[in-house]
Design a protein around this ligand. Structure first.
Ligand SMILES: [Zn+2]
Length: 102
C-alpha cells in the first residue's frame, strides 16, 4: 500500500497545490504552472481530485482560481443556497450549490 502510485500522485498533487496557493499572489505565473502540473498528474494517474480542489479550477479554461484571487464569488439569492464563481481569465461563471434542499 505504501508504494501505491495513486497515493503518491495524490500526495504530489497536494504539495503542488499548496505551493501554488502560497505563490498565487506573489508569483501567479508560477502558481498557474504548479497547478497545471498537479492537474496533469491527476489525469495521468486517474486520481480524482477532492471536491475542494476541483472547485479551484475553472471548468472552462482550467485555470487555477482559488477563492479570493482570480475568481469572483457571489452568493446566490435564490432559495437554493449557492455561490456563483466567476473566472477572471475567461469570465466563465458557474454555480456551486452549498446545501441541497430537502
Ligand atoms: Zn476560466
Amino acid at each position: 500500500m505504501k508504494h501505491d502510485p495513486k497515493a503518491i500522485a495524490l500526495d504530489r498533487i497536494r504539495i503542488l497545490l499548496k505551493e501554488a496557493q502560497s505563490n498565487i499572489l506573489q508569483n501567479p505565473d508560477l502558481a498557474q504552472r504548479q497547478a497545471g502540473i498537479a492537474k496533469r498528474i491527476s489525469t495521468k494517474y486517474k486520481v480524482r481530485l477532492p471536491y475542494e480542489t476541483r472547485m479551484q479550477f475553472c471548468k472552462k479554461c482550467k485555470s487555477f482560481i482559488p477563492p479570493g484571487t482570480n475568481a469572483r464569488i457571489r452568493m446566490g439569492r435564490s432559495a437554493l443556497k449557492s455561490i456563483r464563481i466567476t473566472c477572471r481569465f475567461c469570465n466563465h461563471t458557474y454555480r456551486k450549490v452549498i446545501i441541497q434542499p430537502k
